[in-house]
Design a protein around this ligand. Structure first.
Ligand code: GBH
Length: 485
């Protein structure tokens, strides 16, 4: 078996690569130094929401191990690190008139200084799902656009002021699709609202997710304006949003309605957010299906959203087969009136099985989606802010075997190779790549059973970290592709 990637394509000399994590998934220390609870602390306490009753209370204990994490990054050869800030560490109650917690700010300032001293470039996400719980209770959180936008903008300004001079790459929101659909339609993520009364006493799946998505877009637009007006000239940084989305192949390539449904699937998943940002409107397919359940744009709001990305943040994991549904769409449908499948008409799987039912690797889909996005949005600068895989049964393997994660290593060879092909052969302007994740961590509703790390975390023995094979190989893969300056 070859050690390197099979693609001969190159990436530019200044290509930035590294690893990603998120605050609630790794930090632990939920009650320390004045941190207030987030909606995920609350959600984890509801029995049945998280596999085996997992919570982020300790997680990887990264709040106490920042130097260890930086040493891990160094050892992997990473040039950059994407992490997120916990809003409720900085403003424990979250609101614009609530007290600011100096200890929370100091924690991140020290961490960023240590990263910079180690020669690692920070990419900072402002919101990776951990809304201060008080804001959810006070006014319904993201359902209340005006309050949420004002509070988020204030939080963002506090963060820009405190560490703006040190950070050159900002991400406003991680995966608004997940926040909206999983949090307010399916109810699988905090705050868990859904019309399904077996899961939640509150929620209205057919409407709330579209309202929440709108709030996020406006908050993003307002925050980007603040950064551009007040900080960008002095700090010289850039700002964008991170959107998730997987590639779509037709279930039956001979059937035009399945072929058409593939574009519609990506529009509902990605263009929901990217079209307002790059084209100043929601996709026609969504307007057509959702009617007045999709909020309409106030001119001042869309004016802020349109043109608000300095780069496109792309999270990408896998691909699906798409089969068009016939008949009227269900009012709770968020996919675009289609089925999302893992097998095609001939019964062929899109890729091999992993620990996640939704994730089957298909690297060519990465290249195809990079091209699709580039064509639709006029070749924006793209930062891949997450890409990675779990392994079927990894958690049950003896340690020695678990550390030989050849399946994950091959995933990275194939996906990084596909990205290099997109750069070299398709003219895609991709400039950075962060693997998910630096270490095994709290995988939301899947708890700790599913591991995504290139580093093993031993949750039974003081969160000890041991690099897996993939942690060492990523550097070799990038060495192979990146042109020497
Ligand atoms: C990322 O989301 C997150 O940003 C990160 O925090 C997380 O740890 C990582 O992925 C690994 O999961 O079949 O309807 O349940 C990835 C995007 C989109 C993947 C929704 C799971 C489930 C679709 N996610 N998807 S569903």
């Amino acid at each position: 078996m070859s050690m390197g990637s099979t693609s001969a394509s190159t990436l530019p000399p200044d290509f930035l690569w590294g690893f990603a994590t998120a605050s609630y998934q790794i930090e632990g220390a939920v009650d320390e130094d004045g941190r207030g609870p987030s909606i995920w602390d609350t959600f984890c306490k509801i029995p049945g929401k998280i596999a085996r009753g997992g919570t982020g209370e300790v997680a990887c204990d990264s709040y106490h191990r920042t130097l260890e994490d930086i040493a891990l990054l160094k050892r992997c050869g990473a040039k950059s690190y994407r992490f997120s800030v916990s809003w409720s560490r900085i403003i424990p109650l979250g609101g614009r008139n609530d007290p600011i917690n100096e200890k929370g700010l100091q924690h991140y300032i020290k961490f960023i200084d240590d990263l910079l001293a180690a020669g690692i470039t920070p990419l900072v996400t402002l919101y990776h799902w951990d809304l201060p719980d008080e804001l959810d209770k006070r006014y319904g959180g993201l359902l209340n656009k005006d309050e949420f936008v004002a509070d988020f903008a204030h939080y963002a300004r506090v963060v820009f002021q405190a560490f703006g001079s040190r950070v050159k790459h900002w991400i406003t929101f991680n995966e608004p699709w997940c926040i909206s659909v999983l949090g307010y339609n399916v109810g699988q993520f905090a705050p868990g609202r859904t019309s399904d009364r077996t899961k939640s006493p509150v929620g209205e799946s057919s409407r709330e997710c579209w309202i929440v998505g709108h709030s996020i877009l406006v908050a993003h637009g307002v925050t980007v304006k603040i950064y551009r007006d007040e900080f960008q000239a002095g700090d010289g940084g850039e700002i964008g949003i991170t959107l998730n989305g997987d590639w779509a192949e037709p279930w039956d390539p001979e059937n035009p309605v399945d072929v058409e449904a593939c574009d519609r699937k990506i529009e509902f998943a990605i263009s929901w957010f990217a079209d307002p940002i790059y084209h100043g409107k929601y996709p026609d397919s969504m307007v057509k299906q959702l009617g007045d359940r999709l909020p309409s744009w106030a001119p001042e709001d869309i004016g802020l959203v349109h043109g608000s990305n300095d780069f496109y943040g792309m999270n990408h994991y896998c691909a699906n087969y798409i089969k068009a549904k016939t008949g009227e769409p269900d009012p709770n449908d968020t996919a675009g009136n289609l089925e999302i499948l893992l097998q095609n008409k001939n019964g062929e799987w899109i890729g091999p099985e992993t620990q996640c039912p939704w994730l089957r690797p298909c690297a060519i889909g990465f290249r195809k989606l990079l091209k699709w996005l580039s064509e639709r949005y006029n070749y924006p600068k793209i930062y891949v802010t997450e890409n990675g895989t779990s392994l079927k049964g990894e958690n049950d393997l003896p340690l020695e075997q678990l550390l030989q994660d050849e399946f994950r290593t091959q995933y990275f060879r194939d996906y990084i190779g596909a990205m290099a092909d997109a750069y070299t052969l398709d003219g895609v302007n991709v400039r950075a790549y962060m693997a998910w994740s630096l270490m095994d961590n709290f995988e939301w509703a899947e708890g700790y059973e599913t591991r995504f790390g290139v580093t093993y975390v031993d949750y039974e023995n003081g969160q000890k970290r041991i690099p897996k094979q993939s942690a060492k190989t990523i550097r070799e893969i990038f060495d192979q592709h990146i042109e020497k300056a």
